[in-house]
Design a protein around this ligand. Structure first.
Ligand code: NAD
Length: 381
């Protein structure tokens, strides 16, 4: 049986006026989860379910509060009528998961009454979403069941990669005057679901890629696929290479006091969430003359994908067009325009691009528009 208890996280350092933080337990199944809803001004909160063996409950709480807040900012900037929320399950995904376990987590999601919609994240898969969908409809990232459909469904990672690719082209144009990637050097940290797909987009345009990953198998695959366009780098020094772009696609907090002085790239843009270890690192990047594409602005392809899928499946299309894959790709390509707005605001205000992105996102979600149309205009402006 699942039990729930509302947490008062108001004194927590990462609390940012979260609307709800709920702790769920099922001792028989070993389920220990937290769902945090940061903000629902723009719509129900949508964010992935992270399954991770946190050493302490407080580490899990810290993560879910930061991640759910990030989702509010991400969806707002992406022009989606969605709020920010996230779930974490404490445990090793390799041993803790089963159909019943994930279905029980679905009951936790269901009990939030639609304030929170779940999807994939680190440690959770499409298969898990299917289990979750046996107990709640508040779930996205489900696989496509109709092969003939042009609708959006499934693992959002390829769409995230497409968005990062579009965003990087905008960055290259901003810095070098042309969005052509041929011959540009890009260091990719982490060749996982997003990093690998990004490498495919970049090499199609004959960019030269330098990659590092802790898993040798993925590097072997890359060697045979990318040939002479690929150079294998070292995990500890991939960020120091003399390249045009550094693309963090592994872990968060990679931009910090130690790494920033070592970065030679003119541009930083990648999929990883929470790349800046602390807010002041935004300023440090400006001082080093590095153009930083704020993580939640450039990696919003994934939330756009699961958002479109959810709107479609539940018959709640907020847009005046059908929710096809083509329309979704058009929407994701809007990341380039959003980044240009961020860069221009940062320049005019003399602030970092991270601070500029925050300003733009807050303007959207704090205004609490009353109709989806306003939000669509925000995304197309
Ligand atoms: P993933 O787990 O598939 O890939 C991460 C890769 O990074 C793995 O191959 C791993 O071996 C490698 N890695 C781990 N530590 C490393 C290190 N120190 N140096 C180099 N490589 C290392 O994850 P993903 O889905 O590709 O996501 C990548 C990042 O992007 C994550 O931070 C994730 O939160 C973020 N993100 C992903 C999506 C998405 O749609 N998948 C959306 C938004 C943000």
């Amino acid at each position: 049986m699942i039990t729930s208890r509302r947490l008062d996280a108001s004194t927590h350092s990462s609390f940012d006026a979260h609307e709800q933080v709920v702790h769920f337990n099922d001792t028989a199944l070993g389920l220990d989860a937290i769902i945090a809803v940061h903000n629902t001004h723009l719509g129900p909160s949508l964010g992935g379910c992270r399954i991770y063996p946190y050493a302490h409950f407080d580490d899990a709480l810290y993560d879910v509060l930061r991640l759910s807040r990030g989702m509010t900012y991400k969806s707002a900037l992406a022009g989606l009528p969605l709020g920010g929320g996230k779930a974490v399950i404490i445990g090793d995904p390799r041993s803790i998961k089963s159909h019943d376990f994930m279905a029980r987590f679905g009951e936790a999601v269901e009990s939030m009454g639609g304030a929170y919609i779940t999807a994939e994240d680190v440690g959770s898969s499409e298969e898990d979403m299917i289990s979750i969908s046996s107990t709640t409809t508040y779930v996205a990232g489900l696989p496509q069941t109709d092969p003939a459909s042009d609708g959006v469904a499934g693992n959002p990672s390829p769409v995230t990669a497409y968005g990062v690719y579009c965003g990087l082209k905008a960055c290259v144009k901003h810095v070098f005057g042309s969005s052509d990637l041929k011959g540009r050097k890009v260091a990719i940290q982490g060749l996982g679901a997003v990093g690998y797909a990004l490498a495919q987009y970049l090499t199609k345009e004959e960019a030269r890629i330098f990659v590092a990953d802790i898993h040798p198998a993925v590097l072997e695959r890359a060697k045979s696929e990318f040939g002479s366009l690929l150079t294998i780098g070292d995990v500890s020094s991939i960020h120091t290479l003399d390249v045009d772009i550094f693309a963090p696609c592994a872990l968060g907090a990679g931009l910090n006091d130690r790494t920033i002085p070592e970065i030679k790239a003119k541009i930083i843009g990648g999929a990883a969430n929470n790349q800046l270890a602390e807010a002041h690192h935004d300023r440090l990047l400006v001082e080093r003359g590095i153009l930083y594409a704020p993580d939640y602005a450039i990696n919003s392809g994934g939330i756009t994908s699961v958002g479109y899928e959810y709107f479609d499946r539940t018959g709640r299309n907020p847009y005046p067009y059908p929710l096809t894959r083509t329309r979704m790709n058009d929407h994701v390509e809007g990341i380039a325009k959003t980044l240009e707005k961020i860069f221009s605001l940062a320049k005019s205000e003399g602030i970092g691009t991270g601070a500029a992105a925050n300003q733009l996102a807050e303007k959207i979600f704090k205004a609490a528009p009353s109709s989806a149309q306003v939000r669509i205009e925000a995304s197309n402006a």
